[in-house]
Design a binder for this molecule. Sequence first.
Ligand code: AMP
Ligand code: ZN
Length: 112
Amino acid sequence: MSECLFCRVVAGEIPADIGYHDDEFIAFRDIDPQAPVHILVIPREHHPTAAALAAADSDLAGRLVATATSIAEDAGVGGYRLVVNTGAEGGQTVPHVHVHILGGRNMTWPPG
Ligand code: AMP
Ligand code: ZN
């Protein structure tokens, strides 16, 4: 059994609210949403970080961004933010590369 949380989601060992899947990627709702729409898009294949993915397979990295954009465009929000936290200091807590789609509220910074 994999020790990677998101590999376990891919394997169906941990339940997730999966709204999209294809041969290469799955997307599911974040368990602790930071916005009304908060979706995670991950490759089925394990790569620890965006940098590792880009180095190993830049075409897959490109398709990950394209897939996240397509899911975000279909989410019915006026705009959105794609976030890829990288490394512990970058706020990454799950070492399996994932794109956060955040939207459904005003995402401008600073708020207000
Ligand atoms: P990051 O901090 O960028 O690594 O993002 C990891 C994200 O995974 C966080 O936003 C968590 O809320 C989310 N998360 C952790 N466990 C689960 C889970 N079992 N199902 C869905 N989302 C999860
Ligand atoms: Zn993994």
